[in-house]
Design a protein around this ligand. Structure first.
Ligand code: NAP
Ligand code: NAG
Length: 324
Protein backbone atom coordinates (compact mmCIF):
# COMPACT_ATOMS: atom_id res chain seq x y z
CA UNK A 1 0.00 0.00 0.00
CA UNK A 2 2.61 2.48 1.13
CA UNK A 3 4.88 1.48 -1.75
CA UNK A 4 2.06 2.01 -4.25
CA UNK A 5 1.33 5.43 -2.82
CA UNK A 6 5.00 6.29 -3.00
CA UNK A 7 5.23 5.13 -6.59
CA UNK A 8 2.13 7.17 -7.52
CA UNK A 9 3.60 10.22 -5.82
CA UNK A 10 6.90 9.78 -7.61
CA UNK A 11 5.17 9.35 -10.96
CA UNK A 12 2.94 12.36 -10.32
CA UNK A 13 5.95 14.39 -9.29
CA UNK A 14 7.81 13.36 -12.42
CA UNK A 15 4.90 14.35 -14.63
CA UNK A 16 4.65 17.71 -12.89
CA UNK A 17 8.33 18.29 -13.45
CA UNK A 18 8.06 17.50 -17.14
CA UNK A 19 5.02 19.77 -17.46
CA UNK A 20 6.93 22.50 -15.67
CA UNK A 21 9.96 22.18 -17.89
CA UNK A 22 7.77 22.24 -20.96
CA UNK A 23 5.76 25.27 -19.84
CA UNK A 24 8.68 27.34 -18.66
CA UNK A 25 10.54 26.64 -21.90
CA UNK A 26 8.30 29.19 -23.59
CA UNK A 27 9.30 31.81 -21.06
CA UNK A 28 12.97 31.14 -21.59
CA UNK A 29 12.89 30.95 -25.37
CA UNK A 30 11.75 34.55 -25.59
CA UNK A 31 14.66 35.77 -23.49
CA UNK A 32 17.19 36.18 -26.23
CA UNK A 33 14.91 38.60 -28.08
CA UNK A 34 14.92 40.85 -25.02
CA UNK A 35 18.62 40.92 -24.36
CA UNK A 36 19.44 44.37 -25.67
CA UNK A 37 22.14 46.17 -23.76
CA UNK A 38 20.83 49.04 -21.58
CA UNK A 39 24.15 50.67 -20.74
CA UNK A 40 23.71 54.40 -20.17
CA UNK A 41 19.91 54.10 -19.90
CA UNK A 42 17.89 55.19 -16.89
CA UNK A 43 14.86 53.10 -15.97
CA UNK A 44 12.25 53.49 -13.23
CA UNK A 45 10.51 50.33 -11.98
CA UNK A 46 7.63 50.77 -9.52
CA UNK A 47 7.11 48.02 -6.94
CA UNK A 48 10.66 46.83 -7.59
CA UNK A 49 11.23 45.13 -4.23
CA UNK A 50 9.12 42.04 -4.90
CA UNK A 51 7.96 39.57 -7.55
CA UNK A 52 7.90 40.76 -11.14
CA UNK A 53 9.27 44.22 -10.37
CA UNK A 54 12.25 42.78 -8.58
CA UNK A 55 13.01 40.34 -11.39
CA UNK A 56 12.61 43.11 -13.96
CA UNK A 57 14.96 45.42 -12.04
CA UNK A 58 17.56 42.66 -11.64
CA UNK A 59 17.54 41.81 -15.33
CA UNK A 60 17.80 45.47 -16.37
CA UNK A 61 20.69 45.89 -13.97
CA UNK A 62 22.37 42.88 -15.60
CA UNK A 63 21.84 44.67 -18.93
CA UNK A 64 23.80 47.55 -17.32
CA UNK A 65 21.00 50.11 -16.86
CA UNK A 66 20.75 52.68 -14.06
CA UNK A 67 17.65 51.27 -12.34
CA UNK A 68 15.60 53.42 -9.98
CA UNK A 69 13.57 51.25 -7.60
CA UNK A 70 10.35 53.10 -6.75
CA UNK A 71 9.25 51.42 -3.50
CA UNK A 72 7.00 52.34 -0.60
CA UNK A 73 9.15 50.69 2.07
CA UNK A 74 12.81 51.63 2.21
CA UNK A 75 13.78 48.62 4.33
CA UNK A 76 12.22 46.11 1.91
CA UNK A 77 13.77 47.96 -1.04
CA UNK A 78 17.24 47.91 0.53
CA UNK A 79 16.94 44.22 1.24
CA UNK A 80 15.86 43.52 -2.36
CA UNK A 81 18.77 45.60 -3.69
CA UNK A 82 21.24 43.67 -1.49
CA UNK A 83 19.83 40.35 -2.66
CA UNK A 84 19.87 41.36 -6.33
CA UNK A 85 23.51 42.48 -6.09
CA UNK A 86 24.46 39.26 -4.30
CA UNK A 87 22.67 37.10 -6.89
CA UNK A 88 24.25 38.87 -9.86
CA UNK A 89 27.73 39.19 -8.41
CA UNK A 90 30.13 40.51 -11.03
CA UNK A 91 27.27 40.73 -13.55
CA UNK A 92 25.86 43.70 -11.59
CA UNK A 93 28.92 45.80 -12.19
CA UNK A 94 28.05 47.73 -15.35
CA UNK A 95 24.77 49.10 -13.97
CA UNK A 96 23.41 50.93 -10.93
CA UNK A 97 20.58 50.43 -8.43
CA UNK A 98 19.04 53.52 -6.82
CA UNK A 99 16.28 53.42 -4.19
CA UNK A 100 13.65 56.15 -4.08
CA UNK A 101 10.57 56.18 -1.88
CA UNK A 102 7.28 55.98 -3.74
CA UNK A 103 3.91 55.19 -2.18
CA UNK A 104 1.34 55.03 -4.95
CA UNK A 105 -1.44 55.17 -2.37
CA UNK A 106 -0.46 58.78 -1.66
CA UNK A 107 -0.57 61.58 -4.25
CA UNK A 108 1.76 63.57 -2.00
CA UNK A 109 4.31 60.77 -2.14
CA UNK A 110 3.98 60.44 -5.93
CA UNK A 111 4.55 64.17 -6.28
CA UNK A 112 7.64 64.24 -4.09
CA UNK A 113 9.08 61.15 -5.83
CA UNK A 114 8.68 62.89 -9.21
CA UNK A 115 10.07 66.17 -7.92
CA UNK A 116 13.24 64.39 -6.82
CA UNK A 117 13.57 62.48 -10.09
CA UNK A 118 13.12 65.69 -12.08
CA UNK A 119 15.78 67.39 -9.95
CA UNK A 120 18.32 64.58 -10.06
CA UNK A 121 17.92 62.80 -13.38
CA UNK A 122 19.01 64.53 -16.58
CA UNK A 123 17.06 61.92 -18.55
CA UNK A 124 14.63 59.03 -18.25
CA UNK A 125 14.61 56.33 -20.92
CA UNK A 126 12.05 53.88 -19.57
CA UNK A 127 9.23 54.04 -17.01
CA UNK A 128 7.80 50.67 -15.94
CA UNK A 129 4.47 50.95 -14.12
CA UNK A 130 4.60 47.59 -12.40
CA UNK A 131 3.48 47.96 -8.76
CA UNK A 132 0.10 46.52 -7.97
CA UNK A 133 -2.27 45.39 -5.25
CA UNK A 134 -4.67 42.47 -5.70
CA UNK A 135 -8.08 41.78 -4.19
CA UNK A 136 -7.54 43.52 -0.87
CA UNK A 137 -10.47 44.10 1.49
CA UNK A 138 -12.12 47.51 1.10
CA UNK A 139 -9.47 50.09 1.87
CA UNK A 140 -8.88 53.69 0.90
CA UNK A 141 -5.74 55.50 -0.17
CA UNK A 142 -4.52 58.62 1.65
CA UNK A 143 -6.61 60.68 -0.76
CA UNK A 144 -9.77 58.62 -0.29
CA UNK A 145 -9.67 56.46 -3.43
CA UNK A 146 -10.58 52.77 -3.42
CA UNK A 147 -7.16 51.12 -2.92
CA UNK A 148 -6.88 48.96 -6.07
CA UNK A 149 -8.10 51.72 -8.39
CA UNK A 150 -6.01 54.25 -6.45
CA UNK A 151 -2.70 52.36 -6.58
CA UNK A 152 -2.94 50.36 -9.80
CA UNK A 153 -4.47 53.16 -11.89
CA UNK A 154 -4.59 56.65 -10.31
CA UNK A 155 -1.16 56.64 -8.62
CA UNK A 156 0.49 55.53 -11.83
CA UNK A 157 -1.63 57.99 -13.82
CA UNK A 158 -0.23 60.92 -11.83
CA UNK A 159 3.29 59.46 -11.81
CA UNK A 160 3.35 59.09 -15.59
CA UNK A 161 1.91 62.53 -16.24
CA UNK A 162 4.44 64.23 -13.96
CA UNK A 163 7.33 62.40 -15.67
CA UNK A 164 6.07 62.94 -19.21
CA UNK A 165 8.12 66.09 -19.84
CA UNK A 166 11.35 64.30 -18.91
CA UNK A 167 10.40 61.26 -21.01
CA UNK A 168 9.71 63.54 -23.98
CA UNK A 169 12.99 65.39 -23.63
CA UNK A 170 14.73 61.98 -23.45
CA UNK A 171 13.01 60.59 -26.56
CA UNK A 172 13.18 57.97 -27.95
CA UNK A 173 11.84 56.68 -24.63
CA UNK A 174 9.34 54.10 -23.48
CA UNK A 175 6.57 53.52 -20.96
CA UNK A 176 5.64 49.95 -20.03
CA UNK A 177 2.40 49.21 -18.17
CA UNK A 178 1.80 45.91 -16.36
CA UNK A 179 -1.85 44.89 -16.58
CA UNK A 180 -3.50 41.47 -16.33
CA UNK A 181 -5.73 39.16 -18.36
CA UNK A 182 -8.25 39.58 -15.56
CA UNK A 183 -9.13 42.96 -17.13
CA UNK A 184 -11.74 40.87 -18.98
CA UNK A 185 -13.99 40.80 -15.91
CA UNK A 186 -13.77 44.55 -15.30
CA UNK A 187 -15.94 47.50 -16.26
CA UNK A 188 -15.34 51.24 -15.85
CA UNK A 189 -18.44 52.05 -13.81
CA UNK A 190 -18.15 55.83 -13.77
CA UNK A 191 -21.01 56.16 -11.30
CA UNK A 192 -19.04 54.41 -8.53
CA UNK A 193 -15.28 54.60 -9.19
CA UNK A 194 -14.60 54.66 -5.46
CA UNK A 195 -16.78 51.62 -4.76
CA UNK A 196 -18.78 53.54 -2.21
CA UNK A 197 -22.08 52.07 -3.37
CA UNK A 198 -20.73 48.53 -3.50
CA UNK A 199 -17.33 46.86 -3.31
CA UNK A 200 -16.36 43.55 -4.90
CA UNK A 201 -12.64 42.88 -4.56
CA UNK A 202 -12.37 40.77 -7.75
CA UNK A 203 -14.25 43.34 -9.77
CA UNK A 204 -12.12 46.11 -8.23
CA UNK A 205 -8.91 44.44 -9.37
CA UNK A 206 -10.23 43.73 -12.87
CA UNK A 207 -11.50 47.31 -13.19
CA UNK A 208 -8.08 48.69 -12.24
CA UNK A 209 -6.35 46.44 -14.80
CA UNK A 210 -8.85 47.44 -17.52
CA UNK A 211 -8.07 51.05 -16.58
CA UNK A 212 -4.34 50.29 -17.17
CA UNK A 213 -5.13 49.26 -20.76
CA UNK A 214 -7.48 52.16 -21.52
CA UNK A 215 -4.87 54.54 -20.06
CA UNK A 216 -2.18 53.05 -22.30
CA UNK A 217 -4.25 53.43 -25.46
CA UNK A 218 -5.30 57.01 -24.71
CA UNK A 219 -1.73 57.96 -23.76
CA UNK A 220 -0.37 56.38 -26.96
CA UNK A 221 -2.78 58.57 -28.92
CA UNK A 222 -1.63 61.68 -27.05
CA UNK A 223 2.04 60.79 -27.54
CA UNK A 224 1.91 60.31 -31.30
CA UNK A 225 4.89 61.98 -32.93
CA UNK A 226 6.77 62.62 -29.66
CA UNK A 227 9.12 59.61 -29.80
CA UNK A 228 7.70 58.32 -26.52
CA UNK A 229 5.96 54.95 -26.83
CA UNK A 230 3.66 53.22 -24.34
CA UNK A 231 2.63 49.56 -24.35
CA UNK A 232 0.76 47.32 -21.94
CA UNK A 233 1.21 43.66 -21.08
CA UNK A 234 -0.08 40.72 -19.10
CA UNK A 235 2.62 38.60 -17.46
CA UNK A 236 0.71 35.30 -17.17
CA UNK A 237 0.30 33.59 -13.80
CA UNK A 238 3.41 34.17 -11.74
CA UNK A 239 4.56 32.97 -8.30
CA UNK A 240 4.87 36.27 -6.37
CA UNK A 241 3.54 37.95 -3.22
CA UNK A 242 0.52 39.30 -5.10
CA UNK A 243 -1.88 36.84 -3.45
CA UNK A 244 -1.16 38.12 0.06
CA UNK A 245 -4.83 38.99 0.67
CA UNK A 246 -6.19 35.71 -0.72
CA UNK A 247 -7.07 33.22 2.02
CA UNK A 248 -6.26 29.64 1.15
CA UNK A 249 -7.59 27.11 3.68
CA UNK A 250 -4.73 25.56 5.67
CA UNK A 251 -5.46 22.05 4.36
CA UNK A 252 -5.42 23.18 0.73
CA UNK A 253 -2.07 24.98 1.09
CA UNK A 254 0.26 22.06 0.24
CA UNK A 255 -1.76 21.34 -2.91
CA UNK A 256 -1.76 25.03 -3.87
CA UNK A 257 1.99 25.22 -3.36
CA UNK A 258 2.53 22.14 -5.51
CA UNK A 259 0.33 23.47 -8.32
CA UNK A 260 1.94 26.90 -8.18
CA UNK A 261 5.42 25.37 -8.17
CA UNK A 262 4.54 23.19 -11.15
CA UNK A 263 2.49 25.54 -13.30
CA UNK A 264 3.05 29.17 -12.34
CA UNK A 265 5.88 31.09 -13.96
CA UNK A 266 8.88 32.11 -11.91
CA UNK A 267 9.20 35.89 -11.47
CA UNK A 268 12.03 35.95 -14.03
CA UNK A 269 9.91 34.08 -16.57
CA UNK A 270 6.95 36.36 -15.86
CA UNK A 271 9.09 39.48 -16.22
CA UNK A 272 10.23 38.64 -19.76
CA UNK A 273 7.58 40.72 -21.54
CA UNK A 274 8.32 43.77 -19.34
CA UNK A 275 12.04 43.41 -20.10
CA UNK A 276 11.31 42.89 -23.79
CA UNK A 277 9.13 46.01 -24.07
CA UNK A 278 11.67 48.04 -22.10
CA UNK A 279 14.73 47.03 -24.07
CA UNK A 280 14.19 45.20 -27.34
CA UNK A 281 14.90 46.87 -30.67
CA UNK A 282 12.04 44.79 -32.11
CA UNK A 283 9.45 47.09 -30.50
CA UNK A 284 11.12 50.39 -31.31
CA UNK A 285 8.39 52.82 -32.40
CA UNK A 286 5.59 50.37 -31.49
CA UNK A 287 2.95 52.05 -29.30
CA UNK A 288 -0.51 51.49 -27.86
CA UNK A 289 -0.31 47.69 -28.11
CA UNK A 290 -1.11 44.81 -25.72
CA UNK A 291 1.49 42.05 -25.25
CA UNK A 292 1.79 38.60 -23.66
CA UNK A 293 4.83 36.30 -23.82
CA UNK A 294 6.68 38.96 -25.86
CA UNK A 295 4.04 38.93 -28.61
CA UNK A 296 1.23 41.28 -29.50
CA UNK A 297 -2.22 39.98 -28.49
CA UNK A 298 -5.82 40.89 -29.26
CA UNK A 299 -7.96 42.88 -26.83
CA UNK A 300 -11.65 42.58 -26.07
CA UNK A 301 -13.74 45.47 -27.50
CA UNK A 302 -14.29 46.88 -23.99
CA UNK A 303 -10.54 47.55 -23.72
CA UNK A 304 -10.52 49.33 -27.10
CA UNK A 305 -13.40 51.71 -26.37
CA UNK A 306 -11.80 55.09 -27.12
CA UNK A 307 -14.71 57.07 -25.70
CA UNK A 308 -14.47 55.31 -22.34
CA UNK A 309 -10.66 55.74 -22.46
CA UNK A 310 -11.00 59.48 -23.00
CA UNK A 311 -13.64 59.90 -20.31
CA UNK A 312 -11.52 57.89 -17.85
CA UNK A 313 -8.54 60.11 -18.67
CA UNK A 314 -10.53 63.30 -18.05
CA UNK A 315 -11.96 62.05 -14.75
CA UNK A 316 -8.56 60.75 -13.60
CA UNK A 317 -7.04 64.19 -14.26
CA UNK A 318 -9.58 65.73 -11.93
CA UNK A 319 -9.26 62.99 -9.28
CA UNK A 320 -5.46 63.36 -8.97
CA UNK A 321 -5.62 67.16 -9.08
CA UNK A 322 -3.93 67.73 -12.44
CA UNK A 323 -7.01 69.66 -13.54
CA UNK A 324 -9.05 71.62 -11.04
N1 NAP B 1 1.61 37.51 -10.15
C1 NAP B 1 0.75 37.35 -11.14
O1 NAP B 1 0.34 36.21 -11.43
C2 NAP B 1 0.25 38.53 -11.93
C3 NAP B 1 -0.68 38.30 -12.96
C4 NAP B 1 -1.15 39.39 -13.69
C5 NAP B 1 -0.70 40.66 -13.40
N2 NAP B 1 0.19 40.87 -12.38
C6 NAP B 1 0.62 42.25 -12.11
O2 NAP B 1 2.01 42.28 -11.91
C7 NAP B 1 2.37 43.43 -11.14
C8 NAP B 1 3.42 43.03 -10.11
O3 NAP B 1 2.85 42.16 -9.16
P1 NAP B 1 3.60 40.90 -8.53
O4 NAP B 1 2.86 39.69 -8.98
O5 NAP B 1 5.03 40.99 -8.73
O6 NAP B 1 3.21 41.07 -6.96
P2 NAP B 1 4.05 41.43 -5.66
O7 NAP B 1 5.14 40.44 -5.46
O8 NAP B 1 3.04 41.58 -4.59
O9 NAP B 1 4.69 42.85 -6.00
C9 NAP B 1 3.88 44.01 -6.03
C10 NAP B 1 4.75 45.22 -5.79
O10 NAP B 1 3.91 46.39 -5.77
C11 NAP B 1 4.21 47.13 -4.62
N3 NAP B 1 3.13 47.98 -4.14
C12 NAP B 1 1.92 47.61 -3.67
N4 NAP B 1 1.26 48.69 -3.25
C13 NAP B 1 2.06 49.75 -3.43
C14 NAP B 1 1.97 51.15 -3.15
N5 NAP B 1 0.88 51.67 -2.55
N6 NAP B 1 3.00 51.95 -3.48
C15 NAP B 1 4.11 51.45 -4.05
N7 NAP B 1 4.27 50.15 -4.32
C16 NAP B 1 3.26 49.31 -4.01
C17 NAP B 1 4.61 46.09 -3.58
O11 NAP B 1 5.31 46.69 -2.51
P3 NAP B 1 5.35 46.01 -1.04
O12 NAP B 1 6.27 44.82 -1.15
O13 NAP B 1 5.89 47.09 -0.19
O14 NAP B 1 3.98 45.61 -0.70
C18 NAP B 1 5.46 45.18 -4.42
O15 NAP B 1 6.75 45.71 -4.57
C19 NAP B 1 1.08 43.97 -10.57
O16 NAP B 1 0.70 45.13 -11.28
C20 NAP B 1 0.07 42.86 -10.82
O17 NAP B 1 -1.23 43.36 -11.00
C21 NAP B 1 0.68 39.82 -11.65
C1 NAG C 1 -17.58 40.04 -8.19
O1 NAG C 1 -16.96 40.34 -9.43
C2 NAG C 1 -16.59 39.19 -10.16
C3 NAG C 1 -15.73 39.63 -11.34
O2 NAG C 1 -16.05 40.89 -11.82
C4 NAG C 1 -17.87 38.46 -10.57
O3 NAG C 1 -17.56 37.31 -11.33
C5 NAG C 1 -18.61 38.05 -9.29
O4 NAG C 1 -19.83 37.44 -9.63
C6 NAG C 1 -18.87 39.27 -8.40
N1 NAG C 1 -19.40 38.82 -7.14
C7 NAG C 1 -20.49 39.32 -6.58
C8 NAG C 1 -20.86 38.79 -5.24
O5 NAG C 1 -21.16 40.19 -7.14
Amino acid sequence: MAAAALLAAALGGGLLLIARRYLSGAGRASRSAAAALMRGKTVIVTGANSGLGRATAAELLRLQARVILGCRDRGRAEQAAREIRAELGAQAEGGELVIRELDLASLRSVRSFCQRVLQEEPKLDVLINNAGIFQCPYMKTEDGFEMQFGVNHLGHFLLTNLLLGLLKSSAPSRIVVVSSKLYKYGEINFEDLNSEISYNKSFGYSRSKLANILFTRELARRLEGTGVTVNVLHPGIVRTNLGRYVNIPLLAKPLFNLVSWAFFKTPLEGAQTSIYLASSAEVEGVSGKYFGDCKEEELLPKAMDDLVARKLWDISEVMVGLLK
